[in-house]
Design a protein around this ligand. Structure first.
Ligand SMILES: [Zn+2]
Length: 444
């Protein structure tokens, strides 16, 4: 008997461990930093707590007899050794458990590799100047980077990039691992990187699902993206794959995916791959611009009180349609907003439910659930729509949940009040400032 109980406990314990193991398989955000002087320092970037890997962009000049050179736009001038100070940021990031890689290439045409010797020389140069080796130059100072990212978009024979990957990978044997990453374009295979990726030496692959209409995510035709993601994750041997996206509509010509679409449509699909690693964003500057303190400033001047746990004012028809759609209010709201939500019900709405009688008895029982917050009314009149409009006009800390067209129309005239409604058997939200559920709050 005792032994049996012990065994049961052991099994439960194992199940809990397993559940935790799966639970903790959350994705991370990878960011490119370095191509805009207005995006804050590398230390700021890591102190935000938003990112797990930072790619310093770029070592944009190399090969073809050129002296290798970094370009960090307005951040610092490498010619006068001005970028050595970046070492402080690299050390800070690493102290926070964030990996920092140097990204090679980028959109310029100032790099190329044209022979095995050139590839080998570049591997040695990178080792001595950015990784565990030593050199008097070290453009980013003494800090040792975690690895090298290949953002190769043209520039020489692809097979030499395979040679570069092999060269760098050999340095891993000297103790500290040199992580290898690549940022191919989403059409498979990538002309510039296929050969390098075929070595199977890469840890991370962040696929650029932007500026490539045929494989970007589009709600109207998701298969271009889906087929590409599946092809990449099953054809290339690498530890983790990331969905590369523009951080805002301004960050790329095309391919931006709004956080709510990403959360509800893209990530659930991508997570089907056991090699899903998270999301890569181009770039830090645009990610800053797309976060609440900047892009939704207007919204928050109207509504500074809105934030999780969200208080959601429901009307009678919202409860009733929820029942018809077999939606649990609290859970459904959470699935919609990825945050804890408290359904709230005013005296007037409660009175209306009571008046509606037998047909609404289930709704009434739900409304009396202790998980609902009851809001007492002191105003004149009992018309529920007026009650809700008055309340959100005076107190902008609510989301209004309704399926009533007239009430929606009235709420839309009040700045800063999001509306929750039901569509396709799910809750959906309109007028929610994107950043409160997007930006760093992606459901990775
Ligand atoms: Zn009322």
């Amino acid at each position: 008997m005792g032994a049996k109980i012990c065994l049961e406990h052991a099994i439960i314990f194992l199940l809990v461990l397993l559940a935790l193991a799966f639970e903790s398989k959350a994705g991370s955000i990878v960011i490119y930093w370095g191509q805009d002087g207005r995006e804050g320092t590398l230390t700021d970037t890591c102190a935000s707590g938003n990112y797990k890997i930072v790619n310093i962009a770029f070592l944009s000049t190399f090969g073809g007899g050129r002296k290798p050179q970094i370009n960090l736009a307005g951040h610092c001038d490498p010619a006068s050794n001005g970028c050595k100070i970046v070492s402080q940021g690299i050390r800070y990031c690493q102290s926070q458990g964030i990996k920092v890689l140097l990204s090679l290439g980028g959109g310029t045409r100032t790099y190329s590799l044209s022979s095995v010797a050139e590839a080998r020389n570049l591997a040695d140069y990178l080792w001595n100047n950015f990784l565990g080796g030593s050199s008097n130059a070290r453009p980013l100072g003494d800090a040792v980077l975690d690895g090298i990212d290949f953002d190769i978009e043209g520039g020489g024979g692809p097979s030499y990039y395979a040679e570069l990957a092999r060269g760098l990978s050999e340095y891993s044997k000297r103790g500290r691992k040199v992580y290898l990453a690549a940022a191919p374009q989403c059409p498979f295979p990538d002309a510039s990187l296929n050969s390098a990726l075929s070595t199977g030496l890469f840890d991370y692959v962040w696929i650029q699902f932007y500026n490539n209409p045929q494989c970007e995510y589009k709600t109207s035709s998701p298969n271009g993206f889906k087929n590409s993601w599946q092809k990449w994750t099953t054809s290339v041997s690498a530890s983790q794959f990331f969905i590369g996206l523009p951080a805002s509509t301004a960050a790329a010509g095309s391919g931006y995916v709004a956080p709510n679409v990403l959360n509800s449509q893209v990530l659930p699909f991508a997570k089907g791959s056991s090699k899903y690693g998270g999301v890569m964003l181009w770039n830090k500057y645009n990610d800053d611009k797309n976060r609440p303190n900047v892009s939704s400033a207007l919204f928050f001047t109207h509504n500074t009180a809105l934030g999780p746990p969200y208080r959601v004012l429901v009307d009678t028809n919202f409860i009733n349609f929820s029942i018809q759609n077999k939606l649990d209010l609290e859970k459904g709201m959470m699935d919609c907003l990825y945050a804890k939500c408290t359904p709230c019900i005013t005296d007037c709405v409660m009175a209306e439910l009571e008046k509606l009688g037998q047909k609404y008895r289930v709704a009434l029982r739900i409304a009396k659930d202790p998980r609902f917050e009851r809001l007492p009314c002191t105003h004149k009149g009992t018309y529920a729509d007026d009650c809700l409009v008055d309340r959100v006009t005076q107190h902008k800390c609510f989301i209004v949940a309704t399926c009533d067209r007239d009430l929606k129309r009235r709420i839309r005239k009040i700045p800063g009040v999001p509306i929750m409604y039901i569509t396709q058997h799910k809750y959906s939200i309109e007028r929610m400032p994107e950043a409160t559920i997007g930006g760093g709050k992606l459901k990775l």
